[in-house]
Unconditional design. Structure first.
Length: 224
């Protein structure tokens, strides 16, 4: 796995570098947002570790610019901010996962591996269709009628799980297992992701596909 680490705190960067190099990973390093954006734009990486608070260009802006340039490399945000709004802000700027400082290096490694496996496993398949929704598994784009939406890795995995289950219910535990595997997130995180999906693919339209099944999970429903 080839990793880009964008982190201005040199002590934290050194610890991360030593941990992953011992495990045989390749790493590139950027100490500010502009350098990180340039490296991510001009090189191939399997995953990007991106700090939020960076000189010159903050991590949220870096992630947003990468997505606007069509770069879909999975991004894990490192942040000292742990409020729901801060976490949601990261996802809305295109991040795939987040980890609050201070963090356990083994948890960081597990999350990076999960992002890498999901990206690699999705590359060989083509598309899933439900009603007038089409999910392209290679490009991570969702098409509804004439509209196309670019999904980050986490939203893509949630949507894929819902579409594979549709019209049956995808349980909350099933979705969490597909997205985070054994490292379950805080209670509100899945709800925030569902809100993002609804904002993109349901709110502009008269019919809402995504329905909450209280205490069970979520379901895609056909137009009645």
């Amino acid at each position: 796995m080839k990793i880009l680490l964008v982190e201005d705190h040199q002590e934290i960067a050194g610890i991360i570098f030593d941990f992953f190099e011992i495990k045989g990973f390749q790493l590139d390093y950027a100490r500010d947002g502009l350098q990180g954006f340039e490296l991510a734009s001009n090189n191939h990486y399997d995953v990007i570790i991106l700090d939020v608070m960076l000189p010159h260009l903050d991590g949220l802006s870096v992630c947003q610019k990468l997505r606007k340039h069509g770069i879909d490399t999975p991004v894990l945000m490192l942040t000292a901010r742990d409020s729901n709004n801060d976490i949601l802000d990261g996802f809305e700027h295109g991040a795939d996962d987040y980890l609050v400082k201070p963090f356990d290096l083994n948890i960081l490694a597990a999350r990076l591996n999960a992002l890498y496996k999901r990206k690699s496993g999705n590359a060989a398949t083509k598309a899933i269709t439900f009603s007038n929704l089409t999910l392209d598994l290679a490009s991570r784009t969702l098409r509804r009628n004439e509209c196309t939406f670019q999904l980050n890795q986490t939203l893509f995995t949630i949507m894929k799980t819902l579409m594979l289950r549709a019209p049956d219910i995808a349980s909350r535990d099933e979705i969490i297992n597909q997205v985070w595997q054994d490292d379950s997130p805080e209670d509100d995180v899945l709800r925030h992701h569902i809100y993002q999906l609804r904002s993109q693919i349901d709110k502009p339209f008269k019919h809402a596909y995504i329905h909450t099944i209280p205490k069970v999970g979520y379901q895609l429903k056909l137009e009645s």
